[in-house]
Design a protein around this ligand. Structure first.
Ligand SMILES: C[S@@+](CC[C@H](N)C(=O)[O-])C[C@H]1O[C@@H](n2cnc3c(N)ncnc32)[C@H](O)[C@@H]1O
Length: 249
């Protein structure tokens, strides 16, 4: 599959035209998360469904806006894209110029984000990190990946907000690593009344961030010595439609 990161090459990327600003041009020297395997996997999961078609959608933690733009191109009626980083908002607005009639990029925090949607997507920060910030990964902005000691600082917020953000019949897609507890997300989503399951999984080699964390993860028993492959998963959470009552005569 063409990776999202490669799609700024118009020769390999139907989503990008020669007039579309390229992701590489826009990323501004590492201030904004460059789309990676997790971004690809999230788009793939939505692509495997028809949930974007005609949807009022939200893309949480939008970063470069690559997921928001993909959802618009998959047929969403509207997309609200939100990120806590000013740099991400600026880049996402520029990336989504060709879909600006449907994509609204807002600065904001998932913790205070409100609204109800047919489709919600989210690729949050999910890398477990020691509290003292001792692991540095200069190639990526910390806020894009660092997610507290168990990797769940943003995931817990997203899982607990999911039911309120979905319209009846709506779907949320969240991507994360095994190191942030896939089962913990599924359990949290189910406990809020949603139907939740893993819909796509993939083993991928460690990127620069996890490579920098490997020794720490090994030292606290969360990674087998020498393993340098992680499992990524996309979880779909579905809000049941309101049952229709039979007409009384
Ligand atoms: C892993 S990146 C994902 C970027 C993009 N969605 C993608 O898939 O390539 C996570 C993004 O979440 C943003 N972020 C982190 N904490 C946030 C929060 N509490 N509320 C909103 N955005 C947040 C970061 O600024 C970063 O752009």
């Amino acid at each position: 599959m063409t990776s999202v990161a490669d799609r700024d090459d118009p020769t390999t990327a139907p989503l990008f035209t020669s007039t579309t600003p390229t992701i590489s041009d826009l990323l501004d020297h590492g201030k904004v998360y460059r789309p990676q395997h997790d971004s690809d996997l999230l788009v793939e999961a939505v692509q495997n469904s028809d949930h974007a078609v005609g949807a009022a959608a939200a893309d949480l933690c939008t970063g470069s806006g690559v997921i928001a733009r993909a959802i618009a191109h998959l047929g969403a009626r509207s997309v609200v894209a939100v990120d806590a980083s000013d740099d991400a908002v600026r880049v996402a607005r520029a990336l989504c110029t060709d879909s600006a009639d449907r994509v609204a990029v807002r600065h904001g925090d998932v913790a205070t984000f409100r609204g109800t949607f047919d489709l919600v997507t989210c690729n949050p920060p999910y890398v477990p990190s020691p509290p003292d910030g001792r692991i540095q990964e200069p190639g990526l902005p910390r806020a894009a990946w660092e997610a507290g000691i168990n990797g769940r600082a943003v995931l817990d917020v997203v899982c607990s907000a999911a039911a309120d953000l979905l319209k009846p019949g709506g779907n949320m897609y969240v991507v994360q690593s095994e190191f942030a507890g896939i089962e913990a997300s599924v359990t949290a989503l189910r406990s809020s009344g949603l139907v939740a399951d893993v819909v796509v999984e993939r083993h991928i080699p460690f990127g620069p961030v996890l490579s920098a964390h490997a020794a720490w993860l090994e030292a606290n028993g969360r990674l087998e010595k020498g393993r340098r492959v992680e499992l990524l998963a996309v979880i779909r959470a579905h809000k049941r439609p309101v049952p229709t009552r039979p007409q009384s005569r």
